[in-house]
Design a protein around this ligand. Structure first.
Ligand SMILES: NC(=O)c1ccc[n+]([C@@H]2O[C@H](COP(=O)([O-])OP(=O)(O)OC[C@H]3O[C@@H](n4cnc5c(N)ncnc54)[C@H](O)[C@@H]3O)[C@@H](O)[C@H]2O)c1
Length: 275
């Protein structure tokens, strides 16, 4: 097939957590850029909505959990069976900890919260990468992982979330090293946005959404660029990293897509004063 529409014509991408928020914005943008997309999401409702909205020639949605290797493998297989190959794996599904602090978490919550959050945010990225690796080596494709400002600075979550996103930095660096020269591995670190981002069941935060504990004004207020970004605002760097024409040279690179946050950091009260 010859290129007809966009930067990702004829490319096939698998996006985890593509059912809402940033993942859904990536589905929309990648389709707009000419890609065909597979999604792995644990929400049956979101998977059904995706199937209803996008035609079978454009999207295949798999309901499953990123913490189970078999589900990641099913999603990769669905992409390859439906569209013939896989060019891009986007590890994106994650949960937040609503900035639960070390002091406020009980030891039991710290343990169970760690198990649940790291299982999704870190193990999920590794299992997805593992499942996609063969197909990506074959296509000489790329992996992109969603990070966060919490991959680089404190104050955007509690220790569980911040540590999980720092761990994802290690995954990117190690996999960029291991999978060269066939596969480019990069990351994008967004800042706060309105999405369906929730917390761990083990912390009782499964129904708590990010905007239940944040306001658009509070998010805009800490950003040097002083606006409240929408999920779609973050999709450009993913397109650039995934595009074969625009990115032959970046691997092991993490793009801070955080409206300048690193320039002056997040202003927070000192947590040690709680006691
Ligand atoms: N919302 C923010 O402010 C913000 C800021 C920085 C980074 N991020 C990152 O953006 C990414 C996307 O999050 P979002 O904000 O769009 O939230 P979201 O909840 O809207 O999207 C995440 C999706 O992942 C799915 N999911 C969750 N756990 C899963 C699992 N175990 N298996 C399969 N699917 C699962 C959810 O059903 C949901 O559709 C995450 O990596 C998050 O850490 C978000």
């Amino acid at each position: 097939m010859t290129p007809t529409k966009g930067w990702l014509d004829n490319e096939v991408a698998l996006i985890t957590g593509g059912g809402s928020g940033l993942g859904l914005a990536l589905v929309e943008r990648f389709v707009e850029e000419g890609a065909r997309v597979a999604v792995l999401d644990r929400s049956a409702q979101k998977v059904a909505a995706l199937r209803e909205r996008f035609g079978a020639h454009t999207l295949v949605a798999v309901q499953g959990d990123v913490t189970a290797y078999a589900d990641n493998e099913r999603a990769v297989q669905a992409a390859v069976d439906t569209f013939g190959k896989l060019d891009v794996f986007i590890g994106n599904a994650a949960i937040w900890d609503h900035a639960s602090s070390l002091v406020d978490l009980s030891p039991e919550q710290l343990e169970s919260g760690f198990q649940e959050l790291f299982s999704i945010n870190v193990k999920g990225y590794l299992l997805g990468a593992k499942a996609a690796s063969r197909a990506l080596i074959a296509s000489e494709g790329s992996m992109i992982f969603t990070l966060s400002n919490s991959a680089f600075y404190p104050g955007g979550g509690g220790p569980l979330y911040t540590a999980s996103k720092h761990a994802a930095v290690g995954i990117i660096r190690q996999l960029a090293y291991e999978l060269a020269p066939k596969v480019r591995v990069n990351g994008v670190g967004p800042c706060g946005m309105a999405s369906d981002l929730r917390g761990p069941v083990s912390l009782g935060q499964q129904d708590l959404r990010i905007m239940d504990s944040r306001t658009p004004e509070a998010i805009a207020g800490i950003l040097p660029l002083q606006f409240f970004p929408q999920p779609a605002d973050f999709t450009g760097p993913y397109v650039m990293l995934a595009s074969r024409a625009n990115n032959r040279v970046l691997s092991g690179v993490m793009i801070n897509a955080d409206a300048g946050l690193g320039i002056r950091g997040i202003r927070h009260a000192a947590g040690g004063l709680h006691l």
